[in-house]
Design a protein around this ligand. Structure first.
Ligand SMILES: Cc1cc2nc3c(=O)[nH]c(=O)nc-3n(C[C@H](O)[C@H](O)[C@H](O)COP(=O)(O)OP(=O)(O)OC[C@H]3O[C@@H](n4cnc5c(N)ncnc54)[C@H](O)[C@@H]3O)c2cc1C
Length: 420
């Protein structure tokens, strides 16, 4: 069985940055295993610009960002195994995969999970009607248009206003299709403000908030979808149904971390993020198994994926080079409060704190004039005002080691409307 210091599963921006960082922190043999024929992950199909403003101070397309991440990993001396699917990760960090050379069992000093996320499919929505052709997830349509040169339809309705839905509204329009509207179940969009402006407003595409699809018409191919307003409890309001003739329905109704491997390995998963629960080193509940990127929690900006992955890669290298010896042990919880829905990491190891720790989180609903606070028992470690906080935008705060050393009862990250 071949042995590596660090094995990274997934060759998207998270996996590539984690692997380069592991090499930079002293791991000698670092391997990235990617099931696709090329590295870069989801970025290969995101041909729009808007990537890399924080990392490179430039506006890159997805493939350009992926190319830079790949170059950095190759220059760092990372090995890659493409066209190879990881089937399982054992608690002793044996990684079993299958590729052109058949079944392989590899042993690792540390493992980094970086398998990205997948879209919620149509089946998860239980929309009444037949299952005609013409219903795609937005990411699937993006791949057809941007990589295969195929236009999935000409008259389009989009359900869900997450970033992929917004980006595909613009993309389909630029390719000559007509996008009748983007319907969103919630009373607010799930996407970034800049995408609402650049992808909908600039192209006069209506955004129908508090609306959902209540019927799909058509037996062989979609002929129309019916949209209804939704009221309290997310229920359609009777009598508000409107018919939109179309041949295509794109679904952008949520992303889920790709966590089958993690679950089978016995990694403890968060009920909120659906990704692993981790410490500040991004170590999961299994010693020596780390996680980063969209498999940990869904990100909106790839720059933060890269930053997070660098932490996971460095920690994986430390673990492997220390021969699997765990440092520290004084664990305290990190808890969300007020409007904050989740925080990553979920726990701190006070005996192994680095110089600073970045906490990433989202609120569960939009709040105006927000006060954001990081609290420890009676102390407030940080307090900031935010004009607005929305679920579609991941937030982050960084706290210095000296402020965290004495938080014996853990810390709370709280966001509330000012004055509450
Ligand atoms: C449509 C869309 C638009 C976006 N727009 C922007 C934007 O404008 N600006 C921005 O900054 N960010 C944007 N993002 C976000 C950013 O691109 C992602 O957050 C980032 O690419 C996630 O990186 P990742 O490495 O975690 O996941 P991925 O890129 O999904 O990579 C995961 C990799 O793991 C591999 N894998 C999974 N399971 C296995 C297995 N069992 N064995 C081997 N390999 C496996 C997959 O094949 C994949 O290559 C966008 C994302 C999407 C989807």
């Amino acid at each position: 069985m071949s042995r590596y210091d660090v094995i990274v599963i997934g060759g998207g921006p998270a996996g590539l940055a984690a692997a380069a960082s592991a090499r930079g922190h002293g791991a000698k043999d670092v391997l990235v295993i990617e099931r696709a024929e090329r590295l870069g992950g989801i970025l290969n199909q995101c041909i729009h610009n808007g990537f890399g403003l924080i990392t490179y101070g430039e506006e890159l397309t997805g493939p350009e960002y992926a190319h830079r991440a790949e170059l950095a990993a190759r220059e760092a001396g990372v090995e890659t195994l493409l066209d190879t699917m990881v089937l399982s990760v054992a608690k002793d960090r044996t990684v079993t995969c299958v590729g052109p050379e058949g079944l392989l069992a590899l042993s690792a000093g540390a493992v980094v999970l970086a398998m990205g996320c997948r879209e919620r499919p149509a089946g998860a929505l239980a929309i009444p009607g037949f299952r005609p052709a013409g219903v795609y997830t937005a990411g699937c349509a993006q791949r057809l248009v941007n990589m295969d040169g195929l236009l999935p339809g000409r008259e389009v309705v989009i359900l869900g206003s997450g970033d992929i839905g917004l980006i595909m509204a613009r993309r389909m329009t630029l390719e000559g299709a007509h996008v009748a509207c983007v319907a969103e179940l919630m009373p607010y969009s799930g996407g970034l403000k800049r995408n609402i402006v650049q992808c909908l407003d600039d192209f006069d595409i209506p955004l129908l908030l508090s609306h959902t699809v209540t019927r799909i018409e058509g037996r062989r191919r979609v002929e129309a979808v019916w949209l209804s307003e939704v009221g309290t409890g997310g229920r359609p309001v009777p009598g508000t149904e409107v018919r939109y003739p179309c041949d295509t329905l794109l679904l952008s109704v949520g992303l889920l971390p790709e966590n089958e491997l993690s679950r089978e390995a016995g990694v403890r998963l968060s009920a909120v993020t659906r990704g692993p629960e981790v410490s500040q080193a991004l170590e999961t509940s299994i010693p020596g198994v780390f996680a980063c990127g969209n498999v940990l929690h869904v990100h909106d900006l790839v720059d933060y994926v890269t930053q997070e992955a660098e932490v996971a890669g460095a920690a994986a290298a430390d673990f492997a080079m220390a021969g699997g010896q765990r440092r520290g042990g004084h664990i305290v919880p990190v808890m969300p409060a007020g409007s904050v829905r989740y925080v990553v990491p979920q726990r701190l190891d006070l005996d192994a704190l680095p110089e600073k720790v970045t906490f990433r989180f989202r609120v569960g609903a939009p709040i105006d004039s927000a006060t954001l606070a990081v609290e420890a028992s009676e102390r407030t470690l940080l307090r900031r005002r935010r004009p607005i906080m929305v679920p579609g935008q991941m937030e982050q705060v960084t706290i210095r080691r000296e402020d965290l050393l004495t938080v014996a009862g853990g810390i709370t990250i709280r966001a509330e409307e000012e004055g509450r």
